[in-house]
Ligand binder design. Structure first.
Ligand code: ADP
Ligand code: MG
Length: 315
């Protein structure tokens, strides 16, 4: 028999509330139970995460989001990084800087969306204000009574679920480990995890940490699946790189490591120029090779999503 398809524990305990801009007044403490989040609202959320910085998380997020939007998918990109780099990469105006997410989580104010960044592509903007969300999540974590897994990162899932209706895909660009509570919030929310990593063995530690976090967050988000590991910034497309990396990735992830066939090669010129002009790689001429790699990744990611959904429906 199928379990009820609840993605999350319905019980969320809010311990502290205060409007984000009013540090001068005392916080109100309250505790109550909320209804479960309707599972379909988070069924197509993909977190792109790796605690290591500079491994291509943001570039993958924006290119995947823009490419799938180009294919006619309705895409919501969530920038959960205080660095807010998606605004540079996609070249959109961002006066919010993440305060919308802070208010949504702390005060139930509907999330701010920047609509039509590209046809079919909307964004939940990030930026330095997200450090307030990180502080809030840290204080919720500190208040956990230690009985069972800490459900506090689910407050983000609840906020995001209010705006996901109607999107075919929601992509969360995660920050590096210095704001690890935000990574936990993304992993409490996502149905799928995509991990970009460099192919060298030195990246092993980052992957070990990510796999531990994945296992830990599945305690409160048991339906989360690994969509795949993406080899990023490789020196060539040689399949030997993928094969060698696959061996150590499988060793780290205990054999459950779907490594994407698509790889993104090192392309300093493309990454520099795209960021300079606020466009993704398929939007400027001259970088057809990198654009093709992201196209392959998009097709493969969609195929794998469909396979995992089919397998899930059959269970
Ligand atoms: N394919 C690539 N080849 C070389 N450099 C890249 C490539 N993609 C991105 N970069 C550059 O690497 C740096 C980190 O990329 P980014 O996507 O921001 O990583 P993260 O989000 O993991 O920190 C940026 O300066 C970016 O311009
Ligand atoms: Mg980034």
């Amino acid at each position: 028999m199928c379990r009820p398809p609840y993605i999350h524990d319905p019980e969320v305990t809010i311990r502290e509330y205060r409007p984000p801009d009013r540090k001068d007044i005392p916080a109100v403490t309250s505790k109550y139970i909320r209804p479960p989040i309707p599972p379909h609202l988070l069924a197509r959320v993909v977190a792109i995460a790796n605690g290591k910085g500079g491994v291509g998380k943001t570039t993958t997020s924006v290119n995947l989001a823009a490419r799938l939007a180009l294919y006619g998918k309705r895409v919501l990109l969530v920038d959960l990084d205080p660095q807010g780099n998606t605004q540079i990469d996609l070249g959109y105006e961002n006066t919010d800087q993440g305060i919308g997410m802070v208010r949504a989580v702390m005060a139930d104010i509907p999330l701010t969306l920047i609509k039509g960044v590209r046809p079919n592509l909307d964004v939940v903007p990030g930026g330095p204000e997200l450090t307030k969300l990180a502080d809030h999540l840290r204080s919720l974590r500190a208040g956990h009574d230690g009985i069972g897994p800490d459900p506090s990162p689910l407050v983000f899932a609840r906020a995001l679920a209010t705006v996901t209706e109607g999107y075919d895909l929601v992509i969360i660009d995660c920050p590096p480990a210095n704001t690890d509570v935000l990574i936990d919030a993304a992993l409490a929310t996502a149905r799928y995890l995509l991990i970009p990593t460099h192919a060298d063995k030195a990246s092993r530690e980052g992957l070990v940490e990510m796999s531990k976090r994945f296992v830990r967050m599945r305690l409160i988000n048991p339906h989360m699946l690994l969509l795949g590991v993406l080899l990023y910034g490789t020196s060539s497309r040689a399949t030997t790189i993928r094969d060698i990396a696959r061996v150590w990735i499988e060793a780290v992830l205990g054999g459950q490591a779907p490594v994407f066939s698509a790889m993104i090669r090192h392309a300093g010129g493309a990454s520099f120029e795209t960021r300079e002009v606020g466009k993704v790689v398929h939007e400027i001429p001259g970088y057809t090779d990198v654009a093709e790699e992201f196209r392959e990744l998009s097709v493969e990611a969609l195929r794998r999503l469909a396979e995992l959904e089919k397998a899930g429906a059959a269970r």
